[in-house]
Design a protein. Structure first.
Length: 125
């Protein structure tokens, strides 16, 4: 489910909601989970990650425009990207289970997300 990791981010770290005012009602966990704009943005996030997987050799330029937008337009604190990766990791682990999301798989996933976060934070430096 595309909305679960974003739901987790917005409920576990409620201060991140300030970056998502355009999504509408985020007043409660039920409102967040039922919000179609949260689901849509979750799809956008997963699509961006898929784009990164397909462009591992040029990930910095793959995310250049998104990095600029999140830094200059939305003024996102780079630490919040790390919070999102934590939420993503937990949700992926729960969905896949320990037989698929092994320690080696988690290590590879974490390294990939670290590269993505680094690329996203490029404009903030």
């Amino acid at each position: 489910n595309n909305r679960v990791s974003l739901f987790r981010l917005l409920t576990v770290y409620p201060w991140t909601q300030r970056y998502f005012a355009s999504l509408g009602d985020l007043s409660s966990p039920a409102a967040i989970m039922g919000n179609p704009k949260v689901a849509t943005h979750g799809k956008v996030v997963m699509g961006a990650l898929e784009k990164g997987v397909k462009n591992l050799d040029d990930i910095k330029s793959t995310y250049a425009a998104l990095s600029e937008m999140h830094s200059d337009k939305f003024h996102v604190d780079p630490d919040n990207f790390k919070l999102l990766t934590e939420s993503l990791t937990i949700c992926v682990a729960m969905k896949l289970g320990p037989s698929v999301f092994t320690a080696d798989a988690q290590d590879a996933w974490s390294k990939f997300l670290a590269v993505v976060v680094s690329a996203f934070c490029e404009q903030s430096r």
